[in-house]
Structures are given as C-alpha cells and as structure tokens.
Design a protein around this ligand. Structure first.
Ligand code: GLP
Length: 263
C-alpha cells in the first residue's frame, strides 16, 4: 500500500513532494525523473526550483522523460506537452534541455514512436522517480479507463471527460486534440518510485477508487497499489472519499516520530 500523506494545501504538498525529489537527486545527481503535466505538479516544480535556486542540489546531470504528449500538436505549439515541460520544469529548474524528452506526437512513422520512447527510457537506465497527477476519471498519464495494466507507450484516444477537463488550456473545446501518446501503466509501474498528487473535491472519487478500490483497468490510477514504493500526497478535499483517512494520518504521524527518534 502506498504511503498516504494528507496535507493542508497544494503549497504544503509541493514542499513535501519536492523534498522527496531533492533527496533522490542528492543521492543520485544523474537521476532520471518522470515528469507530469497538468496543474497538479506545479507547486512541486516551484518548490523544487526554489531548492535549486538555494544551491541545495545540483541538477546539471538530471534527465527527464515526460509521461505523455498530444498527438498531432507540433512541439512548438504553446500547449504541446513539450512546451509545457520546458516552461514549467526545464526552465525554472535549470535542467539541461538536451536531457529532457517527451514522446513524439508528430512526424513520420508515428506508430513506432511509442516503442522508440520505451527504448530511450531503457537506454537511460529507467525512471528513478515518477511524479503523477490523476484525472477526474481516474486516468494517469493519458491512460484512460480500460487501459491494460501492462501497457507500454502507445497512441490512445482521449476520453471526452479528459478533453473537457483540458479544454481550459485551449482557445475552444474543439481545439483539444482527440488522441495522445502516453507511457503505459506497465511503463509507469517500472519507475523505481512513484509520487502521486491530487487536490480538490473533483478528484475525491478518483482518489478513493484508486487507493481503496480494486486494482482494475477501469480505474487506471489503481495500479499504484501494485507499486512497492509509492507515496500519495493529497489535500483534505481530495481525501474526502477515503474510508481509512484516519489510519493514514496516524501512520504518517508515526513515521515522522520514528524518523526523529533513534533507538
Ligand atoms: C492530464 C495529464 C495527466 C494529469 C491529469 C490531471 O490530462 N495527461 O498527466 O495528471 O490530466 O490534470 P490536472 O493536474 O491538471 O488536474
């Protein structure tokens, strides 16, 4: 079971998550990060950028692989995930852009792009730590309900709910792409550590189903239950549907006390 940390707000979540990432980068300066887009990871990226600015960690050797990309959206489009990752992660953290990759969403031989991306991740030695958000329908990356638990990077159709949720990033709902290329659930499970964040009441149902429901392709986020090293950081609103919230609070308090005490 994942370690579940219930925090006050996104700022606190960002600082808890950033400290996990900073610890990983301090241990291995050539860490391979798994990067997510969307609103959820922004407070983590901001807190990590502040840590870098204090010269507390060296990110010159850090590499990164984005979870997903829209199909048919050129990399230079402001809402391509390549642009988003550049704007929200590469520039603020000062990562080397040549070390950060997104799946290819355009160009010839696009049906091979998923296999190419899997090869690139493998050549980098695999992802050390993956940050994840969760869609209101339970998707992770762009693995919509029904995705195989063993899936690898491939082209997928977006669910209408996801297109509606992401319409805020485009001038009109019709402009939201219909397809994407996304790391699979099997790819995500191969990352050595997962950190999933979720905020707000519209994520409560997906969070409860992912953490406490059956592991099922109907709720792609439920794969987190199969990962041996996963941390879930959520605010009170996103935790509202959890049956065992009191236990998670107790377990997190105990873990902090144990960390502070030497026997
Ligand atoms: C997006 C991304 C996911 C993200 C999710 C939630 O469409 N493909 O990686 O986690 O949907 O987005 P948000 O964080 O904006 O709520």
């Amino acid at each position: 079971m994942a370690e579940v940390i219930i925090v006050r707000d996104q700022t606190e979540a960002g600082s808890v998550a950033a400290s996990i990432f900073a610890q990983q980068i301090s241990t291995n300066p050539c860490t391979v990060l798994g990067l997510a887009t969307g609103s959820t990871p922004l407070s983590t990226y901001a807190a990590l950028a502040a840590t870098v600015a204090e010269d507390a960690i060296d990110v010159s050797g850090v590499r990164g692989f984005a979870l997903d990309e829209y199909l048919g959206v050129p990399p230079q489009h402001p809402e391509s995930y390549r642009s988003v990752i550049t704007r929200e992660v590469v520039e603020p953290l000062g990562l080397n852009p040549d070390y950060v990759f997104t799946p290819r969403g355009t160009g010839p031989g696009i049906t091979q792009a998923g296999a190419e991306y899997e090869d690139m991740i493998a050549e980098a030695g695999g992802i050390d730590i993956q940050i994840l958000g969760i869609g209101s329908n339970g998707h992770v990356g762009f693995n919509e309900p029904g995705s195989s638990l063993a899936s690898t990077t491939r082209i997928k159709a977006l669910a209408e709910q996801t297109r509606k949720d992401n319409a805020r990033f485009f001038d009109s709902p019709d402009e939201v792409p219909t397809h994407c290329i996304t790391q699979g659930l099997g790819t995500i499970l191969k990352a050595r550590q997962l950190v999933l964040l979720a905020f707000g009441a519209n994520k409560a149902q997906a969070v409860a189903a992912a953490l406490e429901g059956p592991v099922s392709s109907a709720v792609p986020g439920s794969v987190i239950q199969q990962h041996p090293r996963a941390t879930v950081i959520i605010d009170e609103s996103a935790a509202a549907g959890l049956a065992h919230a009191e236990y998670y609070r107790h377990a997190w308090r105990s873990a902090q006390i144990l960390n502070a005490v030497s026997f």
